[in-house]
Design a protein around this ligand. Structure first.
Ligand code: FES
Ligand SMILES: [Fe+2]
Length: 364
């Protein structure tokens, strides 16, 4: 493709937790002949399986003769390679070499095993554990006030950063979502005050109250929380006191490809049908996809290669932080931790979880 220089360093995202599949997908593979699930994260092929009650993410390449472990079988004691039957535990260690049962297996006979965990009915993986990062929040999940419905994950031909940026883009509603989430006659966009704290970007969006939109439309004063790098939650506050949340995490599959996992959650009509809410999101996504897949390049380029304006405030703040993070990751994990914990407050809001004043200075 020959783009000039890479603006963001993808290696930085290896320190973060990303969703790689749903638990339902993992269990469906297991139910279908004890198969593990093959996934790709940041270009790395992984075999995911539940081994001894714990989820494991192993490098998808047998150390013996390099066939994919994901074509093997899951057993109680581990994941067995399809070729010569070597058995690997959840920690990646080879437990058994069937052709040599009396041979004691050295400790370095192992495949790389990455951190893996289940949260929100999703499997999360972190490729590099040398930084203390956490699985992003999903405030409505497990909150009895909300009914949370999982949408079907979707794979788009764009980077996770572009996908995320589209999700927090306030100026596209009147054009891409005219009649759905916006109104072409009202293209003005409020300039949000964007706060950076607790490893999140936060801002509030108050749409024009004059728009005529469908009843299931998620359009109301909205609190955005964006956990860097690729997870976002929108909480909508409706005039009748009801709330909705829309959560999405864009998993960076490989260069120019991401898979989005998402929930739509509501306090109103919790026993009512879910389908209208899923259908509405499907409509919104079908409106977004044509412009997103037409973005060239699919990765966010250097600032000079695109023309930004004041109403791109959120996108600019997001890109700036991603850039700082990817530069810090070039130094070391400590620099990345400092950048991740940097704080910038623009709004006059107060936060329950505001860090102590001592750390509330901009860094990086
Ligand atoms: S290639 Fe896996 S056991 Fe031989
Ligand atoms: Fe959109």
């Amino acid at each position: 493709m020959g783009t000039s220089t890479t603006f963001l360093n993808e290696r930085a995202w290896r320190y973060f937790w990303h969703p790689v599949c749903t638990v339902a997908e993992l269990r469906a593979a297991a139910a279908d002949g004890n198969r593990p699930l093959a996934v790709t994260l940041l270009g790395e092929r992984l075999a995911v399986a539940e081994i001894g009650g714990r989820v494991a993410a192993l490098k998808d390449r047998c150390i013996h003769r390099s066939t994919k472990l994901s074509v093997g079988r899951v057993e109680a004691g581990g994941l067995r390679c399809a070729y010569h039957g070597w058995l690997y535990g959840a920690d990646g260690r080879c437990r058994e070499i069937p052709s040599m049962p009396e041979h004691s297996i050295p400790d370095d006979c192992r495949v790389a095993a990455h951190d893996a965990a289940i949260e929100y009915d999703l499997v999360w993986v972190r490729l590099d554990s040398s930084l203390d990062t956490r699985i992003p929040g999903c405030p409505a999940f497990g909150d009895a006030a909300f009914r949370c419905v999982a949408g079907e994950p979707y794979t788009w031909p764009t980077s996770a950063a572009r996908r995320l940026e589209n999700f927090v883009d306030l100026a596209h509603f009147p054009f891409v979502h005219d009649g759905t989430l916006g109104d072409r006659r009202q293209p003005l966009v409020p300039i949000a005050k964007v706060d950076r704290l607790n490893r999140e970007l936060r801002f509030r969006f108050v749409p024009s109250p004059e728009m005529q939109l469908p009843g299931v439309a998620l359009m109301a004063p909205t609190d955005y929380r964006l956990w860097v790098p690729f997870t976002v939650n929108l909480e909508f506050f409706f005039p009748d006191g009801e709330r909705s949340q829309l959560w999405m995490s864009a998993s960076p599959v490989e260069s120019g490809v991401c898979r989005s996992f998402w929930f739509t959650c509501r306090t109103a009509d919790r026993d009512g049908p879910d389908q209208p809410h899923l259908d509405f999101q499907a409509l919104v996504l079908s409106e977004d996809l044509p412009v997103i897949e037409a973005q060239e390049p699919p990765e966010i380029p250097a600032p000079a290669e695109e023309y930004s304006v004041r109403t791109d405030k959120v996108s600019i703040a997001y890109r700036r932080w991603l850039k700082e993070l990817s530069k810090a990751a070039d130094e070391d994990a400590d620099a990345l931790a400092r950048c991740l914990d940097s704080v910038r407050i623009e709004s006059d809001r107060t936060f329950d979880d505001m860090p102590p004043a001592a750390s509330a200075s901009a860094a990086g």
